[in-house]
Design a binder for this molecule. Structure first.
Ligand SMILES: NC(=O)C1=CN([C@@H]2O[C@H](COP(=O)(O)OP(=O)(O)OC[C@H]3O[C@@H](n4cnc5c(N)ncnc54)[C@H](OP(=O)(O)O)[C@@H]3O)[C@@H](O)[C@H]2O)C=CC1
Ligand SMILES: O=C1O[C@H](COP(=O)(O)O)[C@@H](O)[C@H](O)[C@H]1O
Length: 517
């Protein structure tokens, strides 16, 4: 089924672009967006380029203003230049100077510490000035893109300065991950956030939900009659979710060494992928219905206990090795990492979902830094056929069907089938039917943050996590965190640029093993 141009949505790439289509359906109210942590890594690499790309597509509201805030001293002009540089370096399309100049004309910057009242007084001055120029109260979106310790500080300061509400307009708070580092912390953070903002004002980011390929999972499952009848324990043998990275921790030692792979990726992105595979179809494609279904899945996951963690989970740390032809240092030699750190850079789990659809089907999750290559995929292996009439000597082999949903790179879906090798004998070999985004839609997918920033400004929470989801995710991970903290190590090492620790193979039942990365 290799799909080609005939599957295109429109005649031009723009017509096939869901952001532009979304814009037609749901206009965005004029908004002032404030980024706390505007000089940080995430803002520079992702948020500012995403805002530019929205501007380029005409997806921003007619009146859109941007205010950056962080500790560094900077003038408005210097922040505009910082923004332009970030866009030039990281935008997925080369910037058009006219669009860029127009975008930067309205940029402001407020410097100071997030616990300093003056920051919020200054902010209020800029926000009011934008309203006055517009002649109407503009919506306000506060994006918290800074270290998690500042999340409650900023939220409470916003509340303390009456910036959590705005007569005649909407106010929203977008909160980055991680949302707490344990269940108890997440609950406390939720309590403090919800003391200032109503749940409908809060947008907890899990950027995987903004990826086109992750949204396609729902389209794939719920827009095609073909898969639903087999999407259960009767036909599916196992589900394998991989989020492998070739990169190391870069300059993020301060954050990562306190987080580790389980908190950094499993607790959020990977459990969300699991939800998208396992959830029941919602009646309508609406934020709360979808989130209700995801929570049901998370609550059905059999929680690891201190007694089962060692059997169900594997962790390890990258050692030195070669990635992409370059020698790289091990985790313990990375700048800023304590020489005796026991933080895991690889985590693998076997989970089970105790409900009617999935009872007995193992869900394998693995993630790691400095593995052989970047690969995010979900592999669904079906059960073998019950009887094989024509297996013969010389066959490459009949293998159970596998459905591979590749999130990145080479986004697409591939289904392996047994097919007859041409010739006199009945010899079977696996072949693939493939759908690739690149060839079918002929347009570049928007970055996850483009979609999410736009949705937050629109007030559409479908692709954001609700407080009960976050807490249910922690309920699964907390016992693992606790067990690992109680048995610190030293951790097993895997060579950088490889498949990860061999020990992860023991999570599988006999006869199965991890797919190659
Ligand atoms: N970076 C990434 O790839 C990803 C990051 N995230 C999340 O995004 C958030 C931001 O991460 P990241 O950008 O990497 O972090 P950085 O450390 O790069 O940036 C932190 C930002 O916060 C500012 N800041 C720090 N302390 C203060 C303070 N006391 N007062 C005022 N400003 C302060 C910094 O300002 P200054 O530079 O002026 O000191 C900087 O702008 C985190 O929650 C992270 O978990 C999520 C996914 C990926
Ligand atoms: O949230 C995070 O995600 C990135 C991986 O994101 P991707 O979109 O490139 O797959 C990961 O590198 C980072 O450690 C983590 O905080």
């Amino acid at each position: 089924m290799t799909t080609t141009g005939d599957a295109r949505l429109g005649e031009t790439p723009e017509e096939g672009n869901p952001l532009v289509e979304g814009l037609e359906r749901l206009p965005v109210h004029p908004t002032t967006l404030v980024i706390f942590g505007a000089t940080g890594d995430l803002a520079r690499r992702k948020l500012l380029p995403a805002i530019y790309n929205l501007a380029h597509e005409g997806a921003l509201p007619e009146r859109f203003n941007l205010v950056g805030s962080s500790r560094s001293e900077m003038t408005h002009e210097a922040f505009a230049e910082h923004t332009a540089e970030a866009i030039r370096q990281f935008s997925r399309r080369p910037p058009d100077e006219t669009v860029l100049t127009e975008l930067l004309a309205q940029v402001r910057y407020v410097s100071g510490s997030f616990d300093d009242d003056e920051v919020y007084r200054q902010l209020a001055v800029h926000l009011d000035a934008y309203d006055q120029t517009a002649g109407q109260p503009l919506n306000r979106a506060f994006y918290l893109s800074t270290a998690p310790e500042f999340f409650p500080v900023i939220i409470e300061e916003l509340g303390g300065h009456d910036l959590n509400a705005h007569e005649g307009a909407e106010v929203r708070a977008v909160i980055e991950k991680p949302f707490g580092t344990t269940l108890a912390e997440a609950k406390e953070l939720n309590r403090r956030v919800l003391a200032v903002f109503a749940e409908k004002q809060v947008f907890r980011i899990d950027h995987y939900l903004g990826k086109e390929t992750v949204q396609n999972l729902m389209a794939f499952r719920f827009a095609n009659g073909l898969f639903e009848p087999v999407w259960n324990r009767n036909y599916i043998d196992r589900v394998e979710i991989t989020a492998a990275e070739d990169l190391g921790i870069g300059t993020r030692a301060g954050y990562y060494d306190h987080a580790g792979a389980l908190r950094d990726l499993v607790q959020n992105h990977m459990l969300q992928l699991l939800c998208n595979v396992a959830m029941e179809p919602p009646v309508h494609f609406e934020a709360d219905e979808i989130r209700d279904e995801k929570v049901k899945v998370l609550r059905s996951v059999i929680r690891p206990t201190p007694e089962t963690v060692d059997e169900l989970a594997v962790r390890a740390q990258y050692g030195p090795g070669t990635v992409g032809g370059e020698d790289v240092v091990g985790y313990l030699q990375e700048e800023g990492v304590p020489a005796d750190s026991n933080t895991e850079t690889y985590a693998a789990l076997r989970l089970e979902i105790d409900n009617w659809r999935w009872a007995g089907v193992p869900f394998y999750l693995r993630t790691g830094k400095r593995l052989a290559r970047k690969l995010t995929e979900i592999a669904i292996t079906l059960k073998p056929v019950p009887h094989l009439a024509f297996q013969q000597e010389g066959s490459v082999g009949v293998r159970p069907n596998q459905l591979i949903l590749t999130m990145q790179p080479n986004e697409g879906v591939s289904l392996s089938l047994g097919a007859k090798i041409p010739g006199a004998r009945m010899r079977i070999r696996p072949v693939n039917m493939e759908f690739l985004y690149g060839t079918s839609f002929m347009s570049q997918s928007p970055e996850a943050y483009e979609r999410l920033i736009l949705d937050a400004m629109r007030g559409d929470a479908t692709l954001f996590t609700r407080n009960d989801e976050v807490e249910a995710q922690w309920q699964i991970c907390d016992p693992i965190v606790a067990r690992w903290e109680a048995t610190p190590g030293p951790l097993a090492q895997y060579e950088s640029g490889t498949q990860g620790p061999a020990e992860a193979g023991r999570l599988f039942e006999a006869g199965a093993r991890w797919r190659a990365i």
